[in-house]
Design a binder for this molecule. Structure first.
Ligand SMILES: Nc1ncnc2c1ncn2[C@@H]1O[C@H](COP(=O)(O)OP(=O)(O)OP(=O)(O)O)[C@@H](O)[C@H]1O
Length: 276
């Protein structure tokens, strides 16, 4: 982690965002400490991606402010660990990772890359951390979906930004690879704040220390994972499915399977539910 940015809190202070007059986020206030692992869950259309895009600087709030250590958050402070599949197929895994040093904007990479140092060592170390040391010279086109995802994480982390955001990093992976993605993120993070949107609530509860529940653009709860109950999740997903105009209702169906400790201390996954 960059020394100069260590120890700074990411703060959302009364943040609202509207699209075409419709509120996507309403009066969101939260504080995130360095090194925290936070999962954002909620029904489709809740505002989860909007929250990440605001934190990354890709969107500006209509009201409120987002700061890191008291200063407006900037693109240099934040990296997107995963936002869909954006590797360059014809380039090697290592070249894709090293291209991350010039930022998240893919079209700028071609112009800026010649200007950054060519030392491959940080890229090789990150590929090793995500379990792909042997694939450094493999072209991205030859990698599996899970391997591509891991290369994308390594590419994001090579920038050494103090805030790491991931939007549905388990999307498009088979169930056995999803938990592995969280392991990979854990393995490569070193004191950075991680805020990730996860559709799988069970995975969020099992693997993240703090859970933010968003519905209809509002924070419905913000609790340690151990404090999140089935009732809170039922309310969260019911809220997202019952907007008056029905705009979000069809897409508001979401699945959650929450791992809860039983009386003998063992974890058991509750029934998976669908919300309409
Ligand atoms: N660029 C945009 N222009 C217009 N409306 C938008 C835009 N981005 C988001 N919205 C709207 O804002 C609301 C929140 O969208 P957002 O993508 O943040 O939700 P989400 O919780 O990430 O949903 P999902 O789980 O389906 O990805 C939705 O009603 C969406 O249609």
């Amino acid at each position: 982690m960059a020394e100069s940015t260590a120890g700074r809190e990411l703060v959302f202070d009364g943040v609202s965002k509207r699209f075409d007059g419709e509120a996507a986020l309403s009066d969101v206030s939260m504080r995130f400490a360095p090194g925290e692992r936070v999962a954002v869950v909620g029904p489709s259309g809740a505002g989860k991606t909007t929250l990440l895009r605001l934190a990354s600087g890709a969107l500006t709030p209509d009201e409120g402010a987002i700061t890191l250590g008291g200063a407006p958050v900037s693109g240099a402070d934040v990296t997107l660990a995963y936002q869909g599949e954006t590797l360059v197929d014809r380039r090697t895994a290592l070249a894709n990772v090293l291209s991350g040093r010039v930022g998240d904007c893919s079209w700028l990479r071609g112009f800026l890359e010649p200007l950054v140092p060519r030392d491959p060592e940080p890229g090789l170390e990150l590929l090793d951390a995500v379990g792909l040391a042997g694939k450094a010279d493999a072209r991205a086109a030859t990698l599996s979906a899970g391997e591509r995802q891991r290369v994308a994480f390594a590419r994001a982390l090579v920038r050494d930004a103090p805030v790491v955001l991931a939007d549905e990093p388990t999307a498009n992976l088979d169930p056995s690879s999803r938990a592995n993605v969280v392991d990979v993120l854990d393995g490569v993070l070193d004191g950075e704040l991680l805020v990730t949107v996860l559709h799988e609530v069970g995975l969020a509860l099992e693997r993240f220390e703090r859970i933010v529940g968003l519905a209809d653009g509002r924070v419905r709860f913000d609790e340690p994972a151990a404090e999140v109950t089935d009732g809170m999740l039922d309310d969260l997903f019911a809220a997202g499915a019952s907007t008056p105009d029905g705009r979000r209702s069809a897409a508001g169906r979401r699945q959650h399977g929450a791992a809860k400790p039983t009386e003998d201390g063992e974890e058991s996954r509750t029934q998976v539910r669908w919300y309409a």
